[in-house]
Structures are given as structure tokens and as C-alpha cells.
Write a protein that binds this ligand. Sequence first.
Ligand SMILES: Cc1cc2nc3c(=O)[nH]c(=O)nc-3n(C[C@H](O)[C@H](O)[C@H](O)COP(=O)(O)OP(=O)(O)OC[C@H]3O[C@@H](n4cnc5c(N)ncnc54)[C@H](O)[C@@H]3O)c2cc1C
Length: 416
Amino acid sequence: MDRRTLLKAGGVGLFGLGFGGCAGRSTETAQPAAATIPLAPVKASWDRVIRTTVGLRPHRPSGFVVKAAKLDDKMVVHNYGHGGAGHSIGWGTGSLAADLADAQDARRAAVLGCGTVGLTAARQLQRRGYDVTIYTAAVPPYTTSNMAWAAFTPTSGLIGRGGRSPAWEAQFRAAVEIAYRELQLLAGRDEYGIAWLNSYSTLESLPKERTAPPRESQTAGLLPEYMRGSREILGPGEHPFPTAYASRRPRLRIEPSVYLDALMRDIRLFGAKIVLRKFDSPRDLMTLDEPLIVNCTALGSRELFGDEELTPVKGQLTFLVPQPEVDYGFGGSIDGPNGRVRASTNPRRDGIALSGAGNAPGEWSLTPNEDAVRQVVQGAISLSQAILAVPAGERMVTAAPRRPAPAVDDFFDRES
Ligand SMILES: Cc1cc2nc3c(=O)[nH]c(=O)nc-3n(C[C@H](O)[C@H](O)[C@H](O)COP(=O)(O)OP(=O)(O)OC[C@H]3O[C@@H](n4cnc5c(N)ncnc54)[C@H](O)[C@@H]3O)c2cc1C
């Protein structure tokens, strides 16, 4: 059965998922195609898989640390522990770290670490006139920051249940405002690899309207409402996904390999040096000339500064051959040949990133979980095959009356 025939037959039987909730749908020919969304298909297949990457998110149950501490005659400003949100809030915590640095009388700063947090902190210091040197054990592409999905997910994996304090919340709110603005200002400039993309999610049925306040979660109420962005609910016939409904939300996302290189270029342009050096103990830091040290070593702070609250949250991504024509992401679950599978896609110049399985709190191993690779690749294959390319000049309609779309945020942050 070809796609057009399948469409006219109502599409029932796609991997057993069917079109739940689409009774009464029919097709009309020679209608304007205004209701359909032309999305370039993702070519998901096993022979297009090019790599799997693993990274360890630096999680702290009581959230990131931004604070100043004296170390002999030096001042250390800590800026680490960003969980699954380092790309999203780094510019902001970097600015808070620079505020703490400003309270000192130093104009030369050593920044420890060259991931997204160290690089953005270095830029914030340079903007205030500091002479900066980055000291680091590894540079991109060998940092955790290179292994990220890297959407704007400012509360993801950031804090544990009961970990919030009013002082930390105030820091988070200040940081996220600054970071959201900074990322927007870089968006759309090719050399930074930051863009607004539409992100689609499949929905089996209309999300329930909220009658009660949002459920209590560790991040409930942390994020200003306007940062959640508007989510549209698309009804039957308005989208090409194999479920009755789908949601669409514009989202900021970063391409780490482009972005981190651009930040390294910028900090050097403003006079910084990058020195490859690993520190094993605070005593090693005494050999530095700079009176001010900004510590952005992420999980490295566990050993270096004895912060035992830091714990890894392993995550992995699998990549397909890049497709420049694909300018949207999607996520959902579907019945595959061997059971239910789920996947999310994120198109980048270095490949189409797939996520959806393989997160492991507390695991230090950098070995890919092959079972998780199988799940996300199969999920992407099943979902992409099921996405219907609605032929031009033809659209699907539903006889069911539309219900108003509720304000929902259930799916926010789920990838990272
Ligand atoms: C699969 C995955 C998906 C993710 N998705 C998202 C997302 O969608 N959005 C988002 O915002 N975030 C996401 N993240 C989280 C994000 O990647 C991290 O929060 C971020 O990379 C932390 O940045 P960092 O600079 O603190 O750490 P890192 O990138 O780990 O950098 C730490 C730096 O410190 C250096 N260092 C460490 N110890 C020492 C030492 N002893 N001496 C000298 N140098 C040292 C390292 O060499 C490195 O240069 C994701 C992460 C993963 C793994």
C-alpha cells in the first residue's frame, strides 16, 4: 500500500498504533493544503547511524553552586554543578560569578574549565575588563558540554527534591533571565550554532485541562511563565504524525560543536589564553599567578574541592547522517516491531541527534548502553516511517468539533 492509499484508508494499522481518536476523518481532494505542514522526512535507518556519544551531567541535589570562598591569599568563585542545564543557564551563572569577582580587588582571573560554563563565565569576566586565562584538563570537543542535546532546558536535572532554598531560587531566577537573553542575541547567527526550531510531540489524545495548580515537583514554579513558550495543539488532519494530536512549540537549541568553538574563538579574540593543565588538589592552585580563580570544573569539583554532593547522570545520544533540509525536531513513542519505543530528534549540522533512552543517575561509565542505542534508533525508524507526507492538494479533515487547546507544559524539558 503506498502512502496516498494509506492516507485515504485512514492510515489504520501503522505499527499497530493507528489513529486513535480519529473516527470520522476523511480525505478531501483538490482542497487548499493550508492545514498540512510540509515537513522534510527524517531518513532514519540503521545504515545512517554515524556515532553514539556519552556524557556525564554534573548533578547536585541542592543545585548548582555559585559562591565565593577564600583559599589562602586567593579568592575562589565557584560556578559548577549545572546538571542537565549548563548550556541553558551558563551565561547567567557566569554573570553571577562575575558579580562575586567584582567584589574583589583583582583584574586578573584564572578560569578553571573549558566547557560551556567556563567559556561563558570567561566571556562575562572579559566584558567587565578582566584579563582572563583558562586552565583546563580538556578542551572541546572533549568536554561533557560537547556531548549535550543542548536545547534550552533551564530546569532539567538541575536540583533534587527538597534541595531548593530561597537564596538558591533567587540565584536561579537571576541566572535564567540573563542566559535566556544572551542565547536569544546569538540565535540565527550561523557562526554560533544557536537557532529557534519548531519541536513537535505526538499526542494520543488532547491533554487534560488543568483544574488544580501544577503538581509539586522539584522545579515547579521556578521558571517564569513566558520562558515556557507557547505550545499549539494540532488536531487530526493538521499534522503529519501518526497520532490523533500533536503539539508544536518553538524552542531554542544549540549546536555544541559550533557554539563551543565560537566561544573559544571569542575569548581568544578578547586576549585570553587557554592553558592545558589538570589540577589534582587545591594546593596546585597556589602555583597560579592570578589572585582570583573562577572554578568551572563541573564533576571535577568533586575531587578537586571535595564536593561529595556532585554525582554524574549519564546520558547518551546517537546520531544519524545530517540532513540540512530537516529544520524541526520531533518526539514521541510508538509501537515498533519488538514493542513500544520512543525517540526524540534534534537536527544539527553534525548529525541528527536521537535521544530517549540510556539516562543513568550515579553511573560513571562512558561506555554506550547498546540496548538504549537500539531503542532510540528503532524509535526514530518507526516514528519517521509512520509520519505521513500528505500529498500536495490533498488534506485530511475531522468531523469532530475542536476543543480549545489548554495551556500545558507536560513535555517541557523532557529530552535533556
Ligand atoms: C546527553 C546529555 C544531554 C544534555 N542536554 C542538555 C540540554 O538539552 N540543555 C542543557 O542546557 N544542558 C544539557 N546537558 C547538560 C550540559 O551538557 C552540562 O550541564 C554542561 O555541559 C556542564 O558544563 P560545564 O562547563 O560545567 O562542564 P564540562 O563541559 O564538563 O566542562 C568542565 C571542564 O572542567 C575541566 N576540568 C574538570 N576537572 C578539572 C581539573 N581537575 N583540572 C582542570 N580542569 C578540569 C574539564 O576538562 C572541562 O574542560 C546535557 C548533557 C548530556 C550528557
